[in-house]
Ligand binder design. Structure first.
Ligand code: ADP
Ligand code: MG
Length: 240
């Protein structure tokens, strides 16, 4: 068997005496779009933050290309991250926000300028480059956050409910954008949502969480047609 690109082995995380996740194991090939789906409190964000390095697991291993990521700080993990909201620097323009991770990495000025232009084109925001975040809609702000997360060509893009604060129409527009950007960049994506329709629309594979563990892993069709449990049947079939 070929080695997985990203692998979680038997991850557990306790917060004091409370076990947030336990026995989470998962292999993700390079370039895949994987969604963590499940109800609120089921452990999706905790698992994502273990991958990002914001949370150190209480037990288990995280491997990227066969090498352990444990102890590697988040900014050395080659991972881009988009959160639900309020993540842009309010005092910086759109272009400066996108440039920020490249400045931190001390890339040459010309390279930064070229990359900012490329990212603005990727998310269709070239006309907004000199605006401040407060002068943008919520959807535009999330596009900037996406552009900033991708600016340094991370190997993995993590998104935690990035569209949950947006209304339905905007959410659907941005879902299409995210799919296009995944196809164009080939970046490996882990996407977190509690919305099963969104998961079905976006994902190559879905990881269904329940009570801090993985209930089922499969394509949308697998989960929809062949739910492994009453919980999976209820959660995936449940439309709202
Ligand atoms: P989800 O993202 O699926 O909504 P989370 O991973 O955020 O779920 O949380 C899983 C469980 O762990 C929840 O019961 C949550 O309250 C708990 N939890 C998450 N972070 C912390 C923390 N820093 N301290 C204590 N409990 C936490
Ligand atoms: Mg969460």
């Amino acid at each position: 068997m070929t080695q997985a690109f990203l692998e979680l082995r038997n991850i557990r995380k306790n917060f004091d005496s409370f076990t947030a996740i336990d026995g989470v194991s998962l292999q993700i090939p390079r370039g895949e779009f994987v969604t963590f789906l499940g109800p609120s409190g089921s452990g999706k964000s905790t698992t994502l933050y273990v991958v990002a390095g914001f949370i150190e697991p209480s037990a288990g291993e995280v491997l990227l290309n066969g090498r352990s990521l444990l102890g590697v700080p988040p900014n050395h993990r080659d991972i881009g991250m988009v959160f639900q909201r309020y993540t842009l620097f309010p005092h910086l323009t759109v272009a400066e926000n996108i440039a920020f991770p490249l400045r931190v990495r001390r890339r040459p000025k010309a390279e930064i300028a070229a990359k900012v232009d490329e990212m603005l084109r990727l998310v269709h925001l070239s006309a907004m480059r000199d605006r401040k975040p407060a002068q943008l809609s919520g959807g535009q702000q999330q596009r900037v956050a996406l552009a900033r997360a991708l600016a340094y060509d991370p190997q993995i893009l993590l998104m935690d409910e990035p569209l949950s604060a947006l209304d339905k129409k905007l959410r659907e527009d941005l879902q299409s954008e995210i799919k296009r950007i995944h196809a164009e960049t080939g970046v490996t994506v882990i996407y977190v949502t509690h919305d099963q329709e969104e998961a079905l629309r976006l994902s190559d594979r879905i990881v269904l969480f329940n009570h801090g563990g993985i209930e089922q892993i499969g394509t949308g069709e697998d989960l929809y047609q062949r739910p492994a449990s009453a919980f999976a049947a209820g959660f995936i079939g449940n439309s709202n």
